[in-house]
Design a binder for this molecule. Sequence first.
Ligand code: ADP
Ligand code: MG
Length: 302
Amino acid sequence: MRDQAERLRTLVQRQRMVDRTLNLQNRVNKPQKQARLISVTSGKGGVGKTTLTVNLALAAQLAGLSTIIFDADLGLANVDIALGLLPRYNLLHVVKGEKALSEIVCHGPHGLRVIAGGSGLPELANLTQQQLEQLLMGLEELDASADLILLDTGAGLSHSVLSFLYASQEIIVITTPEPTSITDAYAVIKLLSQQGGQKLQVVVNRARGHDEAQFVYRKIVKTAQHFLGITPALAGWLPEDSLVTQSIIRQEPLVLSNMESRAARAIRQLAKELFVVNETKSQAPASGLHSFFIRLISSMKR
Ligand SMILES: Nc1ncnc2c1ncn2[C@@H]1O[C@H](COP(=O)(O)OP(=O)(O)O)[C@@H](O)[C@H]1O
Ligand SMILES: [Mg+2]
């Protein structure tokens, strides 16, 4: 009973907050153009989220899509390391009012932009109305300037990771063929399916071949169909490739340093599948950073 009352109270509060932020959204002009935002996550850590995010973003950028990586792994933020960048400021500086959003954007290879999430998630809930408006205006500018935003999240089902995922409309869940990784990927899919309405896609990383990738995907999809009644799509798979580890050690992303390696080719192919708008495929409407943050802040207020 207590649980139910608590849940109802939360729902009502959440709705009020959404109403309030939506009013705000109307006042701060509707964004002209929204970038497409895709979150990259996994159940288990160390399965290749950062590697994939960085290389997919570069592949997209090289293919002509203006791309931003938002590093939302609050524990082990390492997109900057993978790209050899040294971000001086992060989202927390914006939230504290010390920097404008445009001032924390880092510039990586080939014009790829990176925003370090840093911590600051709880602080988002305590912004004043004026700070919130300023943040949302900065986000609108970023939306207008980018085609694609990839959000690298932490692993697992912590409160902060889930907040990011619940606010996302498109999510890539990465797994490797390892049984624990598969089980944990399914656990994420299960949680997200309870919210519903999101586009979920699976990427199998470190597969030894097409058959193994299919086997892993089928394991997930069978369980998801049986218990959750949903069919997450397979976005693609990436081979196990020792050049991936070498490129990480050298801090030279694979798609730049070993363009013709198996993994780099697979990443370019995956980027094509994921980002090239294909009329025959259903395309989730671009949701953008601006509306992502509105949903994120609303959930923080709960
Ligand atoms: N396709 C791959 N082939 C070989 N090793 C890989 C591959 N993908 C990832 N790895 C290894 O896994 C490690 C963890 O990858 P990372 O992207 O940091 O994972 P996460 O961000 O999910 O924690 C990397 O340091 C790399 O050595
Ligand atoms: Mg990572």
